[in-house]
Write a new protein. Structure first.
Length: 93
């Protein structure tokens, strides 16, 4: 995993019968910052699934994941939709 150690957020994904929750290791709800992952994860995971992994955003120009692009989601405010469109997130489980 060389080069990826500090480029993502460790996360826990909870798939319940009612929906999805993406949570940080510290228990912070990150779901609203990763709307691009909610639908695909809900479709792929059966209810009552808990999955651990790393949230990543790929920097196409640099050819690697980018922690700064990932962090932008947390401070984007009203620009979140634009950031999500330009820099989609990925979950490496």
């Amino acid at each position: 995993m060389s080069g990826l150690e500090n480029d993502g957020f460790r996360a826990i994904v909870w798939r319940t019968a009612d929906g999805m929750r993406i949570q940080s290791r510290q228990g912070v709800d990150l779901t609203r910052f990763f709307p691009d992952l909610v639908v695909p994860l809900a479709a792929a995971l059966p209810a009552r699934t808990v999955l651990g992994g790393e949230l990543l955003v790929w920097d196409i120009q640099r050819g690697r994941s980018s922690f700064s692009l990932l962090q932008r989601r947390l401070t984007a405010g009203r620009r979140l939709t634009e950031i999500v469109r330009k820099h989609p997130a990925h979950l490496s489980a």
